[in-house]
Design a protein around this ligand. Structure first.
Ligand code: URP
Ligand code: ZN
Ligand code: ZN
Ligand code: ZN
Length: 495
């Protein structure tokens, strides 16, 4: 039997198992066979020796902003997905965002297809962002997008004037997503609290980058998280709360899960590693902290970070995503939009951090540091996002019949171990002029990234080996993790 690729001496890691001394045969872009000694059965066109290292599924980054209209100094599909494969991510879910003036979302989705098509280095799908629901969108367009378009998830915002929905509108959308079996995602921050504090800070002329954190204390996320959970309980729908950063907000999720509500949560590497002291960076006359302005804000209290790590282990978090939402720092429409006449204006600093390429290595660092198991690593970064967003028929694990999306790491010991290094932005493949993880020490990194059987990243060889256009659009189905339970708060049912 002829196969394209045989990976030898692999320690296969899945969300449940670590299996030593495995071989992986890849045929027609799919995993064909796994076993101890396949060399007698298959004849491989090429072979990789993993030297006993972990081989994990390709990363699935389910929260990525590329080519967004509000981020002219950000990444597009080419530069973003290029950085994805160099960091072990083979699938991304990006956002097709409705503006409040868009009365139809079909043309919005078509536009995002144009932006991505032929430009992606990794496989991709879209979530919708719904900022202004109407009957046509909810009753006619959403069913078409779910059934024909393979878009089975939508993100809703409780903050940002240009995106914010009222609770009424959230309920209206939840009613529609429930009927269609969509996964609903929510950005849970209390927009009015943020607006009120921000206006006061401005009047008080306290406007440097750290004011961003002052305007978003933990209670902003805590309140909105509890409210979002309540709205989803009222509508009997599964919900994923995106980019969680805060301890008491996470405890609301955990309480809801204890009550068996289908509440899921996501956190991001920056909420595991960075605190708000970064916003006080004295560099560049005190403006350098703008590099770490994101929402929710980085937290002051290291106990919030500890709570995020605990939540990875105790099941509170279903997924880890990058929330890659970058803007160049030294660019008039990037972070420096918030620097006017030499003075920082936090409300004009675009929100968001680059992180697509560093997500998998930073979480693998968590494995090496003993903070999470390798199985948890796979579950959070690969398997669960594939299941939650309806693509676990192809993505997220290592098993015969699955897409051959693999990351081959370096062995953690022995002479083939990677020499550790301190990260610099020049090593990364995004189109952004900084990384918040500059100087972070890494003792491992993807040695190879394989997308549907093709080597697209070869760290010790050519580096980037994939080409623009390798990535395919993914039509997705419903979540295989949770669905409505038909349990309601009283005898009332929505129509
Ligand atoms: O600061 C962030 N996260 N900006 C990106 C948009 C979002 O809310 O995810
Ligand atoms: Zn968000
Ligand atoms: Zn609370
Ligand atoms: Zn985001």
């Amino acid at each position: 039997m002829e196969v394209e690729l045989l990976v030898k001496n692999a320690t296969i890691a899945t969300a449940s198992d670590v299996i030593l001394d495995q071989q992986i045969a890849v045929k027609d872009g799919k995993i064909f066979l796994l076993g101890k000694d396949l060399s007698n059965i298959v004849n491989a066109k090429s072979t990789i020796d993993a030297f006993g290292a972990y081989v994990t599924p390709g990363g699935v980054d389910s929260h990525v902003h590329l080519h967004q209209d509000n981020a002219p100094a950000g990444d597009n599909f080419e530069t973003g997905t290029r950085s994805a494969i160099a960091g072990g991510t083979t699938t991304i879910l990006a956002f097709a965002s409705q503006k409040k003036t868009d009365e139809s979302i079909i043309p919005v989705v078509e536009e995002y297809h144009r932006r991505a098509s032929g430009n992606a280095y990794c496989d991709y799908g879209f979530h919708l962002i719904l900022s202004k629901p109407n009957a046509t969108i909810l009753e006619k367009e959403l069913p078409t997008l779910v059934k024909d378009g393979g878009i089975s998830s939508a993100k809703l915002y409780m903050t940002y004037a240009r995106l914010k929905l009222s609770d009424y509108e959230v309920l209206d959308i939840m009613n529609a997503t429930r009927k269609l079996g969509m996964t609903t995602m929510i950005h849970a921050e209390n927009g009015d609290m943020i607006e009120f504090i921000s206006e006061h800070l401005e009047k008080q002329r306290i406007t440097g980058p750290y004011s961003h954190a002052l305007s978003r204390p933990g209670i902003v996320e805590d309140e909105a998280t509890y409210r979002a959970i309540s709205l989803s309980e009222l509508m009997d729908i599964p919900l994923l709360i995106v980019h969680m950063s805060q301890k008491t907000a996470a405890s609301h999720v955990r309480n809801a899960q204890t009550r068996l509500l289908p509440i899921h949560a996501e956190t991001c590497p920056h909420y595991l590693y960075l605190t708000s002291t970064r916003l006080k960076d004295p560099g560049d006359s005190g403006f350098a902290g703008a590099m770490c302005v994101c929402s929710p804000a980085l937290r002051d209290d290291p106990m919030d970070l500890e709570a995020m790590w605990a939540g990875l282990n105790n099941g509170t978090f279903t997924t880890v995503a990058s929330d890659h939402a970058p803007d160049k720092y030294d660019h008039p429409q990037g972070k420096k939009a918030g620097l006017i006449d030499g003075k920082g204006h936090f409300r004009k600093i675009p929100n968001g951090l680059p992180g697509l390429e560093t997500r998998m290595p930073l979480l693998f660092k968590g494995v090496l540091d003993g903070r999470i198991s390798i199985q948890k690593f796979v579950e959070l970064n690969c398997s669960n996002p594939a299941k939650l967003y309806g693509m676990s028929d192809r993505k997220g694990t290592i098993a015969p019949g699955m897409d051959a999306d693999l990351v081959i790491w370096y062995p953690v010991e022995g002479d083939k171990k990677m020499g550790s290094f301190a990260l610099t932005n020049e090593m990364l493949h995004h189109d952004i002029d900084y990384t918040p993880f500059e100087g972070t020490e890494f003792a491992n990194w993807p040695r190879y990234t394989i997308l549907r059987g093709k080597i697209v990243w070869d760290r010790d060889g050519v580096g980037l080996a994939g080409v623009k256009g390798d990535g395919q659009y993914l039509k997705r189905g419903s979540s295989t993790l949770s669905k409505p339970r038909d349990i309601w708060v009283n005898d009332w049912r929505p129509s």
